[in-house]
Design a binder for this molecule. Structure first.
Ligand code: GUN
Ligand code: ZN
Length: 439
């Protein structure tokens, strides 16, 4: 169920097991002081913002929702996902470059139609909420109308969304190719109408280096330089054939990532998806610029792209956020994404704690996006984007929870077994925007 916009009741209290983070958990640390777990507490929401938390039941002035025995988390943040790609999720048999040409580009062409864009945006945003994702950094399509539809849909739902019209002026089919002059005008118009409005922000959205001419990359860099509050999003070093192609297209650049550095696209609001095939110099460039990698494990597995070295990123001092990358990824659920992230690290001989994964999907992403004063935790003053989850919904899950002997064991089993069926309610800025219909 997704409700139409309503004014939130002024005082709401949610009872349950509150879990959020006050700092970044260390790699491999299961007994982390960064975890703030407040079992059976009341989370107090005043005028759409977190006011605090307490063990005692608040008084009559509060609209009380008793979810005792349930898990209450900050809404998830998906830092890289494609609105139009619900139409191609779970497509068979290809790696990145074939997948783009065979499935993705044809599907995105259809978003030139405003009605198609409007319906696609509504379906997408409601699906995010149904998975407990209340904030997202999103690719629309090359069409201005698709970004307009996404901004309007997010505004209607009160969600924190960062998006932009995709820039791609070469190596793309008719109907999906823009040109530098028109693209710049479209960006400027979208920025003027949407950037900084309510909970929306504009991202200069370069699809990836192969589909933008050097002139278009320079235009994108100039846009970023014109306003440091703009975000930038793109893909980098996802797939080996793609990396080889970039080397041929940009022989002057030291590396794929260096193409973006040279164009002025690397700054602290830059979100780069994947980064599977980076080297130490790239990771140093990430740290120096303040840009970060949106790790997309489901997509990397599904498209056979490779195993991201999360630990090397941590050691280099650059941030890592977590992303579904639907439709390369196969689920909008950030819980399924966390479970895939664990498996990717396991394949690479590493172990990802539940804390590292949950932090990356909440406070870690908020910090990487310079939005920690608004989203990602239950700090007083943050906007009340809050999700209520069942610890378990079936006999196997319940049994596993019953035998867990530590909080980390329980949280890890939850992250490995749960999905959207565990979501009971999603609140956005203190308004309930999704409620499970059965159970
Ligand atoms: N690289 C360029 N475009 C895309 C896309 O749509 N999805 C993924 N996973 N990688 C890309
Ligand atoms: Zn992507």
């Amino acid at each position: 169920m997704t409700t139409t916009p309503t004014l939130p009741p002024a005082h709401i209290a949610l009872r349950g097991d509150l879990l959020d983070f006050t700092a970044e958990p260390g790699w491999g640390v299961v007994d982390s002081g960064a975890v703030r777990f407040r079992p059976d507490h009341w989370l107090l929401i005043e005028n759409g913002r977190i006011q605090g938390a307490q063990a005692e039941e608040p008084g009559d002035g509060w609209e009380r929702h008793d979810h005792r025995g349930r898990l209450i988390l900050p809404g998830f943040i998906d830092t890289h996902v494609h609105m139009p790609q619900l139409d191609v999720i779970a497509s068979y048999g290809t790696e990145l470059l074939d997948w783009l040409n065979t499935y993705t580009f044809p599907a995105e062409i259809r978003y030139a139609d405003p009605e198609h864009s409007r319906m696609g945006a509504a379906l997408f945003l409601d699906a995010l909420l149904a998975n407990g994702t209340t904030s997202a950094v999103v690719f629309a399509t090359a069409h201005k109308v698709s970004a307009d539809a996404l901004f309007a849909g997010a505004q209607q739902r009160g969600m924190r969304v960062v998006t932009g019209k995709v820039l791609q002026d070469r190596h793309s089919p008719d109907g999906l190719r823009d040109d530098v002059v028109q693209a710049e005008q479209d960006c400027l118009d979208l920025i003027r109408r949407w950037h900084g409005r309510d909970r929306l922000a504009y991202a200069v959205t370069v699809r990836f280096a192969p589909t933008s001419s050097p002139e278009q990359l320079a235009m994108a860099g100039a846009l970023c330089a014109s306003d440091p509050t703009l975000y930038m999003q793109t893909h980098v070093a996802e797939n080996r054939d793609e990396v080889k192609w970039v080397r041929e297209l940009f022989p002057e650049a030291r590396s794929y990532l260096d193409v973006y550095t040279r164009a002025g696209l690397m700054h602290k609001r830059s979100v780069l998806a994947h980064g599977v095939w980076l080297d130490d110099d790239d990771r140093a460039a990430l740290r120096e610029s303040g840009a970060h990698i949106a790790h997309s494990p489901s997509s990397n597995l599904f498209l056979g792209s490779g195993l991201f070295d999360w630990r090397a990123a941590v050691q280099s001092g650059s941030a890592v956020s977590l992303a579904s990358d639907v439709g390369g990824g196969t689920s909008l659920s950030m819980i399924r994404t966390m479970a895939d992230a664990y498996k990717v690290q396991a394949m690479a001989g590493q172990r990802l704690t539940a804390w590292k994964a949950l932090h990356a999907a909440t406070l870690g992403s908020a910090q990487a996006l310079s939005l920690a004063d608004e989203i990602g935790s239950f700090e007083p003053g943050c906007v009340a984007d809050v999700c209520v989850w069942d610890w378990a919904v079936d006999p196997v899950g319940r049994r596993r929870m019953d035998v867990a002997t530590s909080l980390h064991e329980k949280a890890f089993a939850w992250m490995t077994l749960a999905d959207d069926r565990n979501l009971v309610e999603a609140w956005v800025a203190g308004s309930m925007r999704h409620r499970r219909t059965a159970g």
